[in-house]
Structure formats: structure tokens, C-alpha cells
Design a protein around this ligand. Structure first.
Ligand SMILES: NC(=O)c1ccc[n+]([C@@H]2O[C@H](COP(=O)([O-])OP(=O)(O)OC[C@H]3O[C@@H](n4cnc5c(N)ncnc54)[C@H](OP(=O)(O)O)[C@@H]3O)[C@@H](O)[C@H]2O)c1
Length: 268
């Protein structure tokens, strides 16, 4: 099976590395193109580096489009004449709808949203399919994507909110605990590194505890935040104030998805 990757950035390069490491296909069966050619220097001995997007598309049985949202439509224009009829096209951007892709291509198409945690083979990857995708395509894609972690098949309408829950979540988690650590420095003489180590280990251990013991978040809160104790003072603040902040996070990310979609349509 030939896999094409257009866009060798953060996600494109990660997928190439992971698909090759997992033996999804032979490295020379991975065809790569990127806007700036310098990024692809040094890859030629291992992979099939293409001169342009059309060459990449022409060789691919499954083609992953890993550019930013504002370049995706230009890529579809580039590859229109060279893409094989039976190539399964995989778009990596949530905001670009099947309807928009359909202006250019009438191919079997999937949308795939991986997470950064693919780096440790623990991506929570979202997948959605257009109406043309067959059961065999789904099986193929599941098999490719299971090399980087778990796969969740969802209707297209669920991808935006689900992206917040998995793809954006490592960023949200990192931002939340960055704030916890930075604010702790105001109340402590401990060094920053020690604070980060304590919080990070607590985060890791809490997650393992919840998973291993099958606990709910509320059960953990109940066991730590005993009435009249100290922790409950903090959890009360969280339950009081955080819901408004989280609502704002969801509202802003969902709105951003819509404005990206509108801008791409206007630019076309
Ligand atoms: N990062 C994540 O965690 C994540 C997770 C899920 C989905 N995604 C989605 O994946 C896509 C890529 O994200 P990213 O973080 O990998 O972005 P990125 O690091 O900016 O990479 C984008 C790559 O696309 C290349 N490119 C741009 N226009 C091109 C064109 N016309 N032809 C060929 N290559 C082109 C860029 O080349 P240059 O070297 O010239 O800039 C760059 O290497 C986005 O749509 C994003 O929403 C990302």
C-alpha cells in the first residue's frame, strides 16, 4: 500500500515516522511532498520524496493532507488531475467539511484528527467518513491509525467538540497545570522545577489511579476533599468558577472552527 503525505509539518512528519516505525507500509512506499523543499532534505534515502503535490497524489493509495486549513483547498486544486480515482483521501483538518472538499474532489474521503500523544503511540484519534467510503476503506484506515493509538469513529457533526476533548486536550491540560505551577511560585520558596515535578507526578499518578481502580472524577474528589478539610476549600472554588471558564473555552473553539470554515469558503 502506498501512503501519500502532503505537508511535512508537525503532524505530517509525526505520521510518516510512526507509520514507518510500526511497519504500516515499507518506508519507500511513503510518498511525501511539502511546500518548502528544505524540510525534505535528508529524507530521500529512506522515503519517496516527491517534487510536488501532484506526484505525491498520483502515487498514493491513501493520501493524507496535512497542511493548515488555509492551504487545503489550494492543495486539492493542485492534485485534482493526478489523483487516482480509487485513492482514499484523508483530510487532517476538522474545519474543512466534506461538503467543501466535495467542490473539488468526488473521492472516498475521511477526516482524521490525531493527537500529539501519537508521539508515544497513545493518540486518541477521531475519524469521520463521507458517504462514499466503504467498509473496506474503514478497515484499512482503522488498521493504519491503530498504529498511533485509539481510534474513535464519529459523525462529522461531532468532530469539533470531540477535537476539544482529545486533540486540543494535551494543550488544555498543559495550560491548566502551567497556571497551577506558576501561581504556586507566589506562595512558595520551592524552586520552579520542584513544583513542576510534584504537580506532574501527581497528575500522572492521579490518572493512573483513576484508570486502574475504575474511579470516577467525583469519587476522587470525595476521597480527597473531605468535609471540613483543606482540599474542599480548593475544589469548591473549582466547581464554583471553572464551569464558566470551560464554557468559554468550548464556545471560543467552536466559533473558531466556524470562522475558519467561513474564511476558507470566502478565499476559494
Ligand atoms: N498539530 C496538531 O496537534 C494537530 C492535531 C490534529 C490535526 N491537526 C491539523 O493538521 C494540519 C497540519 O497541522 P500541523 O500542526 O502539522 O501544521 P504545520 O506544522 O504548520 O505543518 C503544515 C505543513 O504543511 C506544509 N504546506 C503548507 N502549504 C502547503 C502546500 N500548498 N503544499 C504542500 N505543503 C504545504 C507546510 O510547509 P512549509 O514548510 O512550507 O511551511 C508545513 O510543513 C492542520 O490542518 C491542523 O489543523 C494538527
Amino acid at each position: 500500500m502506498n501512503i501519500g503525505i502532503i505537508g511535512y509539518g508537525s503532524i505530517g512528519s509525526l505520521l510518516v515516522q510512526k507509520f514507518a516505525d510500526a511497519g504500516v507500509t515499507a518506508p519507500k512506499n511513503i510518498f511525501i511532498s511539502n511546500r518548502s523543499k528544505e524540510k525534505l532534505e535528508g529524507l530521500r534515502d529512506t522515503y519517496s520524496v516527491c517534487e510536488n503535490n501532484s506526484e505525491c497524489a498520483a502515487n498514493a493509495d491513501v493520501l493524507f493532507i496535512c497542511t493548515g486549513p488555509y492551504q487545503i483547498m489550494e492543495v486539492y486544486r493542485d492534485i485534482l488531475d493526478d489523483l487516482k480515482d480509487d485513492t482514499l483521501v484523508v483530510s487532517l483538518n476538522e474545519a474543512i467539511s466534506f461538503e467543501m472538499i466535495g467542490y473539488f474532489l468526488h473521492h472516498r474521503t475521511a477526516k482524521v484528527i490525531p493527537s500529539l500523544t501519537a508521539e508515544i503511540n497513545r493518540s486518541e484519534t477521531l475519524v469521520s467518513y463521507n458517504d462514499l467510503v466503504t467498509d473496506k476503506d474503514k478497515e484499512t484506515l482503522r488498521s493504519i491509525l491503530s498504529s498511533i493509538g485509539n481510534v474513535y469513529e464519529l459523525p462529522e457533526s461531532e468532530l469539533a467538540i470531540a477535537s476539544d476533548l482529545v486533540s486540543s486536550m494535551p494543550g488544555f491540560i498543559a495550560a491548566i497545570f502551567d497556571v497551577f505551577c506558576k501561581q504556586a511560585e507566589k506562595f512558595s520558596t520551592m524552586g520552579k522545577d520542584q513544583i513542576i515535578k510534584m504537580v506532574l507526578n501527581s497528575l500522572d499518578a492521579s490518572s493512573t489511579l483513576i484508570n486502574q481502580k475504575g474511579l470516577t472524577f467525583n469519587e476522587v474528589v470525595d476521597r480527597v476533599a473531605t468535609p471540613g478539610g483543606i482540599t474542599v476549600e480548593g475544589t469548591t472554588v473549582i466547581y464554583d468558577k471553572l464551569p464558566d471558564i470551560v464554557d468559554e473555552i468550548y464556545e471560543k473553539t467552536l466559533e473558531k472552527s466556524k470562522t475558519t470554515k467561513r474564511k476558507v469558503i470566502t478565499d476559494c
